[in-house]
Ligand binder design. Structure first.
Ligand SMILES: C[S@@+](CC[C@H](N)C(=O)[O-])C[C@H]1O[C@@H](n2cnc3c(N)ncnc32)[C@H](O)[C@@H]1O
Length: 193
């Protein structure tokens, strides 16, 4: 999914529900030291691990913010991430294995859009019940999602399909992992919020 986001050096990318920063090494490869990663997560423990990772790697371009993605105030977050030129919004944003844990995930999706520039590239990676021959693994997938607190039937990528253009889709693990990347349409073109 990170490849599909087509990040370029110097861009700011938002990772919503970033957890321990598992995506950060791949994101760093793309945006480089002149870019920035903004990680938002509600868990202080997860962010502490992400912070350790950034420190260990010597990344000084990682901004970590503790906030509930469903209730955060985008204006307040923006003041925490305003760049030298005055721009706070990110050129791209992704959320991996996270929206399906958020209640209601639609609010988090709306905030992700609000924290990005017009026509930003947005990416969602999340889980569903495996399909086709892999559907025999559905009980396993359901237990794994339940244990992780995820709603396997949330299908949050459907919001991206609705609110973005140039949507690219892929899936792995028998359809269990669904990936969507697209370009954000303006609020006027997307669904009202
Ligand atoms: C399964 S982890 C995925 C972490 C990371 N995105 C990854 O791919 O490794 C889900 C993350 O979402 C965070 N999370 C869940 N609900 C949240 C919410 N309402 N607001 C912000 N973060 C939330 C959790 O704290 C956790 O770090």
């Amino acid at each position: 999914m990170i490849e599909l986001l087509e990040l370029t050096a110097g861009e700011q990318v938002l990772d919503l529900g970033c957890g321990t920063g598992m995506n950060f090494p791949l994101l760093q490869d793309q945006v480089g030291p002149g870019g920035r990663i903004v990680g938002i997560d509600r868990s202080a423990d997860m962010l502490a691990q992400a912070r350790k990772k950034a420190t260990r790697q010597g990344w000084d371009n990682v901004i970590l913010i503790q906030a509930d993605a469903t209730t955060l105030d985008p204006a307040k977050i923006s003041t925490q991430i305003t760049r030298a030129g005055g721009e706070a919004l990110s050129e791209a944003a992704l959320t991996t294995y996270a929206l399906s844990l958020m209640q209601p995930w639609q609010a988090a999706w709306a905030h992700m859009r609000k924290l990005t520039v017009e026509q930003a590239r947005l990416g969602v990676l999340d889980m569903q019940r495996p399909t086709g021959p892999s559907s025999v693994l559905t009980p396993l997938a359901r237990v794994a999602c339940w244990m992780g607190g995820a709603d396997i039937d949330a299908h949050p990528w459907t919001a991206l399909e609705r609110d973005c253009t140039d949507v690219r889709a892929t899936s792995v693990r028998g359809g269990h992992l669904q990936v969507r990347v697209g370009a954000k349409t303006s609020d006027a073109m997307g669904s009202p919020r």
